[in-house]
Design a protein around this ligand. Sequence first.
Ligand code: ADP
Ligand code: MG
Length: 254
Amino acid sequence: MRRVAFINEKGGTCKTTLCVNVAAWLAASGRRVLVADLDTQGHAGKSLGVDVRGLSPTVHDLLLGRARFEEVVRPTPVPGLELLPANKTLSRFPVEAAGAPDRADRLRVALAEVPGDRYDFVLVDAPPSVSLVTENVLRAAEELVVPVALTYLALDGCAEIVDSLERLRAERGEAPRIALVVPALYRKTQLADEILEKLRERFPRELSRAVLGWSVKVDEAQSHGMTIFEYAPGSPGAGALASIAAELAERSAA
Ligand SMILES: Nc1ncnc2c1ncn2[C@@H]1O[C@H](COP(=O)(O)OP(=O)(O)O)[C@@H](O)[C@H]1O
Ligand SMILES: [Mg+2]
């Protein structure tokens, strides 16, 4: 069971888009996949066509120990893909768990209780901020996919992730490793190509071969609550997302 988090402390960097579409591709290729939504916006569920508003119990109850994994996990319209849903109730978690010494380990412990043979992949969709929830995600994941929108602030976001990992490694003696850095929202401009070159220098092994270009079909798919493979399977965006998923699958967890 590979535990992979899609993380970048910036919003709008395609974390959710990559998480749900990589999950859908892996499920279509015969892997059993869980998407754990850890964002109060509940976009992972929405992107998979699950109405998460008012849903109960959610991952929030799991983190608080009020519900068991089996009570929270749900099927999705995508065969082979299950969901731990989130919605805005999750925003209360940092305050509710503030006094608990184990507050940053709740997700790790909850996932450790899932039988190891139930899923091939657990993909965690992280929130766009540094918070107790992000801390839970970093402690629960073994691998990270870091999507980087090719704007001029992109490299700052990467530097912050690398800093967080170094801090975690210093504190705990372990931290997840970066499996893939994925250039996203690419449009051919001189700036985007310069940032891409810097990423290639900084992450020579981790940078994905495929680049997710800007594509209106990818945006539309999310707003229709569908994966790109359902909405526009022949589009360039579907091709890029499939390549990125295949690249993650072929890189072993070691
Ligand atoms: N390749 C793309 N081309 C155009 N729009 C995209 C693309 N990928 C994602 N989007 C859109 O950008 C917005 C932010 O993407 P999202 O994956 O939700 O980012 P995050 O989870 O990092 O905040 C969404 O509206 C999404 O539909
Ligand atoms: Mg998101």
